[in-house]
Design a protein around this ligand. Structure first.
Ligand code: A2P
Length: 343
């Protein structure tokens, strides 16, 4: 098997660092690795497979002067909008973790267990879906194949790491401030909780990203539109996304109405057979997955599968995964693995 020249753009960020670890952990055939970030991080030396690699500044000139097989990008939407076409024009594959290209009809939006068939040799930009979307569709796809999903209602409980390194530091800082005050100070007076719209420590914020005209947030509409693109445009769905003071691991309470009857047991059995899914569902012995269980793990975890007694053909379930892994870096590297089978 040949080895590939791979770059990771945004390599110093919360997701980028996990991308390096996933390339190692999945033993992706990397011949040469290049690490890219902004000028702020150029010169830093993270390690890859035990070797220090110097971070270089991503720029149009860098792209002109260097050859690659593929770049995995996690540097934010505006960076992807600007740079992905430059890579594409040099026939370098771009696996992009931002939302910039996801809804472009010429760009495959891929969860490898579901739709790797949408990859093709001549499509150089490939979008990695939103973290909350990936784990939900991963767990719902086998059920949709069996009983045809009509409608989904979901509420997410999303970790701060989904908003990047600054967000992780903000939760640490606020938590420390409150704990060090001996809990005397529970409501922080900071006017600017950047990057969050409110205090995140010991709080829940029903706003992720900006509000749209329809009163949903951009994050909520990402889940709606991406799920339709990946699973089936005829599925109706409605979502509330909540940021919670968890470092790693998104949790989701999901209600699914099917066209055909499906029991909780049938759903459990289908999910147990699905690659990358781990069912932890035994309420008699208090077994269900939580974000802490998912931290650092590759699987999408499912529990609390139960009939919704208020409606026919309907189930509730609880879906948890590490948002930086299956929700981002792992899914991106799995896309890269599928891509090298066809290029
Ligand atoms: P840098 O470390 O130089 O700021 P996070 O999601 O954790 O905030 O990380 C964002 C990633 O995107 C970081 O690696 C960051 O690099 C990178 N990044 C931000 N702006 C740019 C830019 N203009 N060009 C290239 N990489 C960028």
């Amino acid at each position: 098997m040949r080895n590939y020249k791979v770059a990771v753009a945004g390599s110093t960020g919360a997701v980028g660092r996990e991308m390096l670890k996933m390339l190692e952990r999945l033993d992706f055939p990397v011949g040469e690795i290049r690490l890219l970030a902004s000028s702020r991080s150029a010169g830093k030396k993270p390690t890859f497979k035990g070797r220090e690699i110097t971070v270089e500044e991503l720029s149009p000139e860098w792209i002109v002067n260097n050859d690659l097989d593929m770049v995995i990008m996690s540097a934010g939407g505006s960076i992807s909008e600007k740079y992905a076409p430059l890579f594409r024009d040099k026939k370098i594959y771009v696996i992009d973790n931002s939302s910039a290209w996801r809804m472009d009809k010429d760009v495959p939006l891929v969860v490898p267990e579901i739709n790797s068939a949408t990859l093709s040799k001549d499509k150089y930009i490939i979008a990695n879906p939103n973290c909350s979307t990936i784990q939900m569709v991963h767990a719902l796809a086998p059920l949709h194949r069996k009983a045809v999903i009509k409608r989904i209602i979901a509420v997410t409980f999303q970790a701060v790491s989904g908003a990047g390194q600054k967000a992780i530091s903000e939760l640490e800082k606020e938590s420390r401030q409150i704990v060090e005050s001996g809990f005397a100070e529970k409501k922080l007076s900071n006017k600017d909780f950047s990057p969050f719209p409110r205090q995140i420590a010991f709080n829940c914020i029903p706003q992720i990203d900006v509000f749209m005209e329809n009163a949903f947030t951009k994050e909520e509409m990402k889940m709606v539109n991406e799920t339709k693109k990946i699973l089936d445009p005829s599925i109706e769905l409605s979502v509330t996304c909540v940021r919670v003071p968890v470092f790693r691991g998104h949790s989701e309470a999901v209600n699914i109405e099917f066209s055909n009857d499906i029991s909780a047991d049938e759903a459990r059995k289908l999910l147990e057979k699905e690659p990358g899914i781990k069912v932890i569902d035994d309420t008699a012995s208090l077994k269900y997955p939580t974000a802490i269980d998912a931290d650092g793990e590759l699987e999408t975890f499912v529990g609390r599968i139960r009939k919704d007694e208020s409606r026919p053909n309907s189930l509730w379930m609880w879906i948890v995964s590490d948002n930086l892994l299956k929700g981002a870096a792992l899914n991106a590297v799995q896309i890269a693995q599928k891509l090298i089978e066809i290029i």
